[in-house]
Design a protein around this ligand. Structure first.
Ligand code: ADP
Ligand code: ZN
Length: 763
């Protein structure tokens, strides 16, 4: 076997290293090597044309016979690694769990076994087999180890590619027939019932390799609602959108209010892609909030949907990845990381609620799934549909400039009307009541009426806990976290003061730690306090609070939402997690307690986020046949984010916000990169950034291309005992920014300091 110098990448803060590896080993294969004193898994990047002048170590062993990732995905990883300045191996770890490994005993039809080819050093031949396998030309029975197939949850049975036995037993034939009729995959319970046989038959079939059993979390077969699988006839508007989305690459922005029928458009497009023999990648911001969507999908495409989300454990993730690699599910619905899912032959990419911040990873590698989805569609030459009722201004502006194609759904289908949205001017309330009030009289009376009608209200306050902070009325100090520069929040039920940043908690002191006076007092209110006040205002109402504190247990949020959906709750109170993607048939009143809250955050997107939140939460009211009413309490009703949300007019908001972005040179008119640095002292944190700034200024052409801001203290300067600083790089072109960042590249060890296209600026 001929060994040649080969570059290997690791999911560690290291540059790629050169080892000796078999000639012909394809880029994308994983290998085990010695690294320092230990062992590591690395990814083959390719031969090293100019190896270092050192004695090179040979690799330990080859893990993959050929790259398991489809070629298009490998290309996406290469792009993302270059764009976000992170190693390919870091990204690969997100799409292929290490435990998913090929079975070297597998033998392609009419060929030699994989292990045999490996031992003969025929890696060229293996690479060719892999390419043919990815093209769907060579089926390889049982390519994967069994252990990557098991998981918790319901048991699912699927047919393997092995040919039918010549003379199956009657019971076995019944099972195989029933499976065939359902497209090759069924839940175990449904299969046994359909075939009318006992479970022992399955064991025999499984041992003979005719079927496979996998376990998965039961997200899909959750209760089916009436009418979910009902097919609607698309409205002329919807049909026009579908017709306007071709089969080749194009970015389509689908803009329409909640309930305007966007999902029906996605479903139609998905069906079209499946008919063409292609696969569908469907991204959603959060799985926990979309049981209805999953049920709709499963009803329309039974057995064809796989789901990936953050709550899966390792073995469930492995089972999913194997299922995708074996083409076991042509539709994959998932959250952020799903953009890297190993599906082949994509025919459609959907990014639902494309404006959601959860698509951006806030840890290294800090990619944006929406942006990678666009790149992936380009590589696969298929359309990508970004849908939203409140598009991000970046996407909106791209559509205005003609780079994306804009499609609108103007009306809600018959029978569903937009809610009426009203302002409650808290300045007015203050003049009348002579004190700050949490619940305006108008809101209280509206809630009373809603209760009497037997309908539901929802109150939004984006702050959990009981009181926001504790203030000493003797010395004026507030109680701060000892590790962070934020105040502690009082949680009454737990009787603790807590830091919402680092999780520090302490029993509330009786006296001020600074001056010793026992004159501490809580200020401001959180959801816990609201819940208590509501119980006093409406003693007979059934109240449910949903926030991070009440939903930390797995399944608690889902259970709460379900109870609310089924009308077992009169008043829902919670944080923004209530605003998103759920339908409550009895909900007719939405109250926003303090709409100004998000506007005070030092972030140029504060207005945009406030507008989105208010619009989304308003969209919850009155979806079914009852008209909805929304009351927005605010001290600044003239603020465009609030005024436009009241008018339910996204375009007016965009028109008022965009000139400000342009004047201040912020996205979408500029491209940003943020270098973050943390140190034991502010000086230390500033040091690295100062050095970067110096280097940036010395780069040729940098003065014309970028503006540098900083080093500056981060808005939350101290977090978890570290001091945080920022250096912001602004450019008017993406390419220009890319050139400067490449020149500045702080090296793999410091790549995690760089955040390209940042969304969060607090720490
Ligand atoms: P969105 O995704 O924009 O929130 P949906 O596609 O979920 O909107 O549509 C909202 C509701 O209207 C759903 O119950 C859906 O089945 C129904 N609907 C959508 N389009 C039509 C149509 N053309 N005819 C009848 N009902 C429709
Ligand atoms: Zn803290």
């Amino acid at each position: 076997m001929n060994l040649v110098p080969t570059r290997i990448d690791f999911a560690r803060p290291l540059p790629p290293l050169t080892y000796l590896a078999p000639e012909g080993l394809a880029p994308g294969c994983r290998v085990r090597v010695r690294l320092g004193a230990g062992a590591a898994v690395g990814i083959v990047l390719g031969p090293d044309p100019s190896p270092p002048d050192l004695k090179l170590l040979p690799i330990g062993s080859v893990m993959d016979p050929f790259p398991l990732l489809p070629p298009g995905l490998w290309e996406l990883l290469a792009f993302a690694a270059g764009y976000y300045f992170c190693g390919t191996a870091h990204l690969m770890a997100l799409c292929l769990p290490q435990a998913v490994a090929a079975d070297w005993h597998a033998t392609p039809p009419d060929g030699r076994g994989l292990a045999e080819l490996r031992d003969a050093g025929a890696f060229d031949e293996l690479a060719r087999i892999g390419e043919a396998w990815h093209r769907g030309e060579v089926p390889i029975p049982r390519l994967f180890h069994r252990r990557s197939r098991v998981g918790r949850g319901v048991s699912e049975i699927r047919r393997t590619p092995l040919p039918l036995p010549k003379k199956p037993l009657a019971a076995q034939a019944k099972i195989l027939l029933a499976l065939e009729q359902e497209g090759g995959v069924m839940l175990e319970s449904a299969l046994l019932e359909a075939a009318g046989v006992g479970a022992s038959v399955l064991g025999t079939l499984e041992r003979n390799g005719l079927i496979e059993r996998s376990r998965r979390l039961d997200l899909l077969s959750q209760r089916r609602e009436e009418g979910l699988d009902r097919r609607v006839e698309l409205s002329p508007d919807q049909q026009q959108v579908v017709d306007g989305i071709g089969g080749g690459f194009g970015v389509h922005l689908l803009y329409g209010v909640t309930g305007s029928g966007k999902t029906e458009v996605y479903l139609e497009l998905a069906e079209r892609a499946l008919r063409a023999g292609k696969r569908v990648l469907w991204l959603v911001p959060e799985i926990g909030l979309t049981p209805r969507l999953l049920a709709r999908l499963e009803a329309r495409f039974p057995g064809k949907v796989a789901v990936g989300h953050a709550g899966l454990n390792a073995s469930e993730k492995q089972a999913d990845v194997v299922r995708l690699l074996e083409d076991g599910a042509p539709i994959f619905v998932g959250v952020r990381n799903a953009v890297l899912a190993p599906l082949r032959a994509l025919g459609l990419v959907i990014v639902d609620e494309e404006h959601e911040g959860s698509y951006k990873s806030e840890e290294h590698p800090r990619f944006h799934a929406r942006d990678l989805a666009i790149k992936r569609a380009q590589i696969e030459d298929c359309p990508v549909v970004l849908g939203s009722a409140t598009p991000s201004l970046e996407s909106w502006q791209s559509a205005q400039e003609g780079r994306y194609r804009l499609h609108r759904l103007r009306e809600r289908p018959v029978g569903i009307t937009l809610p009426t949205v009203e302002i409650v001017d808290l300045r007015e309330t203050y003049r009348v009541e002579h004190r700050r009030v949490v619940f305006s009289p108008k809101l209280v009376s509206a809630m009373g009426e809603t209760l009497r009608r037997g309908e539901q209200s929802m109150l939004l306050l984006n702050r959990r806990g009981f009181e926001n902070w504790w203030l000493c009325r003797a010395c004026g100090k507030t109680l701060e976290c000892p590790h962070c520069s934020v105040s502690l929040t009082y949680h009454k039920g737990a009787f603790r003061l807590r830091c919402h940043l680092c999780g520090f908690e302490t029993v509330p002191p009786e006296a001020c730690p600074a001056c010793g006076e026992a004159r501490l007092r809580g200020v401001g209110e959180g959801t816990e306090r609201i819940e208590e006040d509501l119980a006093a205002l409406f003693p007979t109402a059934r109240i449910l609070r949903l926030d991070r504190d009440t939903t930390s247990r797995r399944g608690a949020l889902e259970a709460g939402l379900l109870a609310a959906e089924q009308g077992e709750v009169d008043i829902l109170v919670g944080t923004q997690m209530l605003a998103k993607g759920h339908t409550f048939p009895k909900l007719t009143l939405v109250g926003v307690l303090n709409a100004d809250q998000g506007l005070k955050i030092p972030d140029f997107r504060a207005g945009e986020r406030t507008f989105q939140l208010l619009t989304q939460v308003s969209g919850r009211a009155g979806r079914a046949d009852r008209p909805g009413r929304v009351l927005i309490q605010t001290y600044s009703p003239e603020h465009p984010a609030i005024a436009c949300a009241v008018a339910q007019d996204f375009e007016a908001f965009a028109a008022s916000e965009l000139p400000f972005r342009k004047a201040m040179a912020y996205p979408p008119y500029a491209y940003l990169a943020l270098f973050r640095s943390a140190g034991r002292s502010l000086e230390e944190a500033f040091g690295l950034l100062q050095e970067l700034r110096g280097r940036a200024e010395a780069l040729p052409g940098s003065r014309d291309t970028v503006r540098l801001l900083g080093p500056l203290e981060a808005p939350i300067v101290k977090a978890r005992d570290n001091y945080h600083a920022h250096l912001l790089v602004k450019a008017t072109s993406r390419q220009g920014l890319g050139r400067i960042l490449t020149g500045l590249d702080p090296g793999p060890a410091a790549h995690s300091t760089l955040d390209r296209d940042p969304l969060s600026f607090t720490v």
